[in-house]
Design a protein around this ligand. Sequence first.
Ligand code: DQA
Length: 151
Amino acid sequence: MGKIAVLHGINLQLLGRREPAVYGRTTLAEIDARLRQMGEAAGVEVYCRQTNYEGEFVEWIAELGTEDFLILNPGAWTHTQHSIYDAIKGTGTPAIEVHLSNIHAREAFRAQSVVAGACAGQICGLGEDSYYLAMNYALKRVRPEQKDGRM
Ligand code: DQA
């Protein structure tokens, strides 16, 4: 069974005190704790990491395989860094792009994601729930339901 990696990119360590009207007051540690709890309840290995270094971020993606699942919020790299698209394509890891804010309803530069094309889908605009919804999907993908005869 694969594992689920939750990777947060640049500036996301500021959650809780960063523009709370846009990103809410929940800290990254609180979001990660809940995501880990969801994994524990389902018996799936979940780990969460944050970095402000793009090279580190793509190295973490390179550690994953096709049996794993990636939930990523690349922060502002979303809009510019093709290296992240290439990394996801390179490992073939199924992925969901997540954003707390609705990137389609903000400054024009945020409306484009250069990462989305490498992902199964994108969830944005739902605050911290964007992560939890992505986790529900990821858990289904890495832990297919036991066969019960009904198919
Ligand atoms: C973000 C949206 C990005 O545009 C921004 O640069 C971030 C956070 C979000 O989660 O809403 O850093 O990814």
